[in-house]
Design a protein around this ligand. Structure first.
Ligand code: NAI
Length: 782
């Protein structure tokens, strides 16, 4: 009786352990040793490393360290299987994906337990979140396979995909990558993280059981060196990576110039913004899901709590009270809220960052945690915005709490990070929430909710959080190639410009020298030099300083991105009209540059039409409302990339400029364009057209000069969010390799690959390049 009274008073939970027999039996069946899964079967194990249960330190299995030869074998199997897999009808591929979804559901309990043992995450999470979402992903993508020909009529699979995934959601990350790849007709070589390879191996076995053709899915285990062998493999068409920003940079550099498709889903330091009128109790529960879910080892974890000054004290008190009730411990106990950290190396990383934070003045509020590979849920207050805890991704159960006064302060604090993965906004005023959602630089914004995922909505970041989206239609597009032209003609010869005085104040022939166009003004190049242009005339020889000034001017013009599509359309129609009115002048310029009469007329006419087309698209290339599986509407908004550098095509100087700059500005980007180095004057003649068309100052900046030198400065500049480059193979490699500083989005293409006079020179693909999707989750219908 006493005991019952005691229980009722303390409300302590008794343990409710999940049974692990099924998993132990499976491990025994494999003798606790695993080889790679290649071409439909397990290879013998060899050269193994050990995998441990993080919660107990107990040995779980020995897994093979993949060598380059293993990666070669896997790629060969994937390559051989790819044409057959792609040749199946969408319906047939869909049936395989449905079968995978059903098998996951059938083995859900086994997979949940294995995941929790291997990763340390609470069984409640693997059972209720990870594994159901895995099944959901395969169902959803079975649907895309079924509808592929209807929904993506001209698309083709990319080919063989190398996929490298992290340890925080081992099977879910596999599903995010494998389901769209297979739906689109690709085959896969996937490497799970070295700490958590077991559910990927179990999944491979399920796939074989349900008849997935051999070679379609290959799993190679190993550490970063195995990953690097995949990234560097010459016969892989696409790399998809999720993991640290640091490794993302290495991969961007390693793939530069190889023509491999690349998507990167990297780190984050997401804000969790609580306004004074928020439902504070709901927001406190939100914090639990934001930062203590999966021990905070979540790329989109709400790690920076920003709370309105007026309620900060109340909020902190309630949050601390809630922290006391979190149950930390055995991941296999169904009552556990916070489990083990994935590995002692990660625990050590978290400890070091938190100690550093404490040395920098943070005051830590922590709960208790068991001995071993556990870290207590932690709230850090008194954290300066520039300090370690506020800036670094900790990837542990550690949140900072900072106060703000006004919504403007909140936005400034939220955006004060190099990342841009996610954000969460809490207020009972939906107007305020949506206003803030529009201003936060993040790929996902949750309104009055947090850490909600669904296969039907895209997920992915802005800025150094990477590029590409996973999930939904956007995610499918990342595994499809469109009949983009591939290497047809040869690169036109671009002789190095001969510098001649002329751009500077004292230069001879100054009146005939076209200046640069920066911030709405014609300016002389900083170098003081011009270069002679074939066919007559001089153009300014721009340098790094000019590019920097142009980037600054573009950044100042960012209001263009917030203008309505209708406003932008009006200005672009006006531009089209003004260009049309001066057609004869532009034709004459092209003829002077060597075009025949018909060619010159055709190029000008096409340029005018293209301006009209992009003007028409400015208010039509809009987003979508996704039907996700929870009670939310998910608004997928097309937002501009930001400041975009464009090294324009060489051969059609006017049309090349119009075909690249117009889609970018139609979508709200501000541009620094480097026109054709050979014939820059068709672009510089546009200054007056741009001015008279009311294009705001700084939206289009034009810097003439040496394409590759200027493109390099653009690629290296952290104020540039995206770079498009049409030029030589060496230049393409350079641009991709130099873009790693802020991981800007790149689009590089052989100069002569595209026939700009044809339909290849225009289209929605250009608009996709000019936008990034922000998914905003809003509660709906509950
Ligand atoms: P990581 O980025 O090193 O590991 C992720 C995956 O990349 C693993 O499969 C790993 O084997 C592989 N890898 C490592 N080096 C590679 C290379 N050079 N080429 C190809 N693949 C390579 O992440 P790690 O070291 O496990 O964790 C370190 C930090 O990274 C964490 O504390 C966290 O801040 C961040 N992280 C972020 C993740 C996210 O989802 N955004 C996931 C995992 C870690």
């Amino acid at each position: 009786m006493n005991e019952i009274t005691n229980i009722l008073e303390t409300l302590d939970y008794g343990p409710a352990p999940e049974n692990t027999d099924l998993v132990r039996a499976w491990l025994e069946r494999h003798d606790g040793r695993f080889g790679h899964f290649i071409d439909g079967a397990f290879r013998p194990s060899g050269g193994t490393f050990d995998v441990f249960e993080p919660a107990t330190g107990r040995h779980l299995a020995s897994v093979t360290q993949g060598t380059s030869a293993d990666v070669d074998d896997a790629v060969r199997a994937a390559r051989a299987a790819q044409p057959g897999w792609a040749a199946l009808s969408g319906h047939d591929r869909a049936r395989h994906l449905y079968a995978l979804a059903r098998h996951v559901q059938k083995h859900a309990r086994f997979l949940s337990v294995l995941e929790s043992l291997d990763n340390g995450k609470p069984i409640r999470e693997s059972r209720d979140i990870d594994i159901p979402l895995v099944a959901r992903h395969f169902y959803h993508h079975a649907g895309w396979a079924e509808l592929l020909e209807d929904e993506f009529p001209s698309a083709r699979p990319v080919g063989v995909c190398g996929q490298i995934i992290p340890w925080n959601f081992p099977l879910l990350m596999l599903a995010w990558k494998v389901a769209p790849a297979l739906a689109a007709g690709n085959t896969v070589v996937l490497k799970p993280a070295e700490y958590t390879p077991l559910t990927a191996l179990a999944f491979a076995e399920l796939a074989a059981d349900c008849g997935l053709p051999a070679g379609v899915l290959n799993i190679v285990t190993g550490d970063g060196s195995t990953g690097a062998a995949i990234v560097g493999h010459g016969d892989i068409d696409k790399i998809a990576f999720t993991g640290s920003t640091e490794v993302g940079r290495i991969i961007r550099r390693q793939t530069a110039g190889t023509g491999k498709f690349l998507t990167l889903e990297l780190g984050g330091k997401s804000p969790f913004i609580v306004f004074a009128d928020a439902d504070l109790d709901a927001a406190v529960e939100g914090v639990v899901d934001a930062i203590w879910f999966n021990q905070g080892q979540v790329c989109c974890a709400g790690a920076r709590i920003l709370v309105a000054e007026a309620v900060a004290e109340r909020f902190e008190t309630r949050l601390k009270a809630r922290m006391k009730t979190l149950r930390i411990g055995d991941p296999l106990d169904k009552c556990t809220d916070v489990g083990a950290i994935v590995h002692p190396v990660q625990l050590d990383r978290i400890r070091k960052l938190v100690s550093q934070g404490a040395r920098e003045g943070a005051v830590l509020h922590q709960t208790d945690a068991p001995e071993g590979c556990f870290f207590p849920p932690t709230l850090a207050v008194g954290v300066e915005p520039a300090s370690t805890l506020a800036r670094e991704e900790i990837f542990g159960p550690v949140a900072t709490l900072t106060e703000f006064r006004t919504p403007e302060d909140a936005v400034a604090l939220a955006n004060n990070t190099k990342y841009g993965l996610a954000a969460s906004v809490w207020s009972e005023n939906v107007n305020l929430c949506l206003d803030i959602a529009a201003q936060v630089k993040a790929g996902v914004v949750w309104v009055n909710c947090t850490n909600i995922f669904d296969a039907g909505a895209g997920f992915g970041g802005y800025r150094e959080s990477g590029y590409g989206r996973e999930g939904g239609r956007e995610g499918m597009m990342a595994y499809l190639s469109h009949p983009e032209p591939k290497a047809s003609g040869t690169e036109p010869e671009v002789p190095a410009p001969q510098a001649a005085p002329g751009g500077g104040a004292a230069g001879a022939g100054i009146d005939r020298t076209a200046k640069l166009y920066i911030g709405g003004k014609q300016v002389r190049p900083d170098s003081g030099y011009a270069y002679a242009v074939a066919g007559g005339g001089h153009a300014g020889l721009g340098n790094r300083k000019d590019i920097r000034n142009a980037v600054e001017a573009a950044a100042k013009a960012s209001a263009w991105g917030a203008a309505t599509g209708h406003n932008r359309a009006q200005i672009l129609y006006y531009l089209a009209e003004n260009l049309s009115a001066r057609a004869a002048e532009f034709e004459a310029r092209l003829r002077a540059a060597g075009s025949g009469v018909e060619a010159a007329r055709g190029e000008v006419e096409m340029s005018v039409r293209r301006c009209f087309w992009y003007a028409a698209q400015a208010d039509k290339f809009d987003g979508a409302v996704h039907q996700t599986k929870s009670a939310h509407v998910t608004l997928a908004m097309n937002e501009p990339v930001g400041v975009v550098g464009i090294a324009c095509p060489t051969s059609v100087p006017l049309l090349g400029f119009v075909s690249t700059v117009l889609p970018a500005i139609a979508m709200g980007n501000c541009v620094i364009a480097v026109p054709s180095q050979l014939h820059p004057l068709s672009a510089t003649d546009l200054y007056q057209v741009i001015e008279t068309s009311d294009v705001p100052a700084g939206v289009v900046n034009i810097v003439t000069g040496m394409r590759d030198e200027l493109a390099k400065t653009l690629a290296q500049h952290d104020g540039v969010d995206g770079i498009w480059y049409f030029g030589s193979a060496a230049g393409r490699k350079m641009v991709e390799a130099e873009s790693t500083g802020n991981l800007k989005q790149t689009w590089t293409e052989e100069d002569a690959a595209r026939n700009w006079m044809s339909a290849e020179g225009q289209g929605r693909r250009f608009l996709h390049r000019a936008t990034q999707v922000k998914n905003i989750w809003v509660p709906y219908g509950e």
